[in-house]
Write a protein that binds this ligand. Structure first.
Ligand code: ATR
Length: 290
């Protein structure tokens, strides 16, 4: 293989070693015979400026996936930010376009695509649990895709309030906000609005932070209310069936597991980098998470 046409991509994060992206993208490169490799760029926040300069100068380096803690800080270091990424306030993909570094956000598209198997986001009502970076991309995706966000619930209520206000203004809609405990009233609330049952989307990192006891989960998500939702989505993928999804399944809700958003955000990245259709099945096969 001629080295000059060989392109390098990678996950820019700290830590980065746990990432499933290298397996997904390398399988995709192989499947379509693309001359590229995908690697890890484990870069601390204080090393980011220097890394971006190196990335700029090295002509073999053509693209980045960006993850925590760099998704917001990188906006200042690149040359252009796509309009959607600007509104979300985060970049998860960098593409070198004629030597310029352009930032995109494919997380919101990944979420919207992951919803396709349960009928998409259009005309559906959503309750979003969490108000961090992932929640921002998801709320944006829902509103951009023609869905409605009933409310944003978060441990730190002020963050939910600020986010609800910002997106309400951006899209000219009304979004409520409140504490996490409100999830146990939301189903009634949506019935009261005489609308279809809502979709609940869990975006926080609670399962990795506190591999919770059943009791903790019940406190957060009361089974009596979960069945008021038509569909429950959890974007965490370790474990794949989170305690919330187990409860939702039991209650007869449709469920969407978290590896799908991960897959489709990568599919969109791959297409931005290569201009070619991503081999979705080859990528999906690498995501054997349990
Ligand atoms: P991400 O990009 O994954 O969304 P983030 O921006 O750090 O990461 O956001 C983390 C989200 O998980 C926030 O909504 C956070 O709530 P706070 O705003 O109150 O911090 C939520 N979160 C983290 N740990 C939590 C916990 N133990 N219980 C409930 N929510 C938690």
């Amino acid at each position: 293989m001629e080295r000059s046409s060989f392109k390098t991509y990678g996950i820019l994060a700290y830590p980065a070693k746990h990432s499933l992206s290298p397996a997904m993208h390398n399988a995709a490169f192989q499947a379509i015979g693309f001359e590229g490799e995908y690697t890890f760029f484990e870069v601390k926040p204080e090393e980011l400026v220097e890394f971006i300069e190196k990335f700029r100068k090295d002509s073999s380096m053509q693209g980045l996936s960006v993850s925590l803690p760099h998704k917001e800080t990188i906006l200042e270091l690149i040359d252009d930010v796509n309009g959607h990424a600007k509104k979300i306030g985060a970049v998860n993909t960098v593409v070198k376009e004629n030597g310029r570094l352009v930032g995109y956000n494919t997380d919101y598209l990944g979420f919207v695509r992951s919803m396709e198997e349960v009928g998409g986001v259009k005309n559906k009502n959503f309750v979003v649990y969490g108000a961090g970076g992932a929640a921002r991309a998801i709320v944006y995706g829902i509103l951009e895709g023609g869905g409605k966000v009933l409310s944003i619930l978060n441990r730190t209520v002020s963050k939910a309030e600020e986010m609800a206000e910002e997106f309400s203004k951006m899209f000219g809609v009304k979004i409520d906000s409140g504490p996490l405990s409100m999830v146990n009233q939301e189903a009634e609330y949506s019935d009261a609005l005489l609308v279809d049952k809502a979709v609940l989307v869990q975006t926080t990192s609670i399962w990795t932070l506190q591999p919770g006891s059943a009791k903790e989960v019940e406190k957060m998500f009361n089974p009596l209310f979960i069945d008021g939702f038509s569909t429950v989505v959890d974007i965490a993928y370790k474990p794949l069936i989170t305690p919330l999804l187990a409860m939702a399944k039991e209650a007869g809700c449709q469920i969407v597991t978290g590896e799908k958003m991960l897959l489709y955000q990568a599919v969109e990245q791959f297409e931005l980098w290569t201009g070619k259709k991503a081999p979705v099945e080859a990528m999906r096969k690498t995501l054997v998470v349990s």
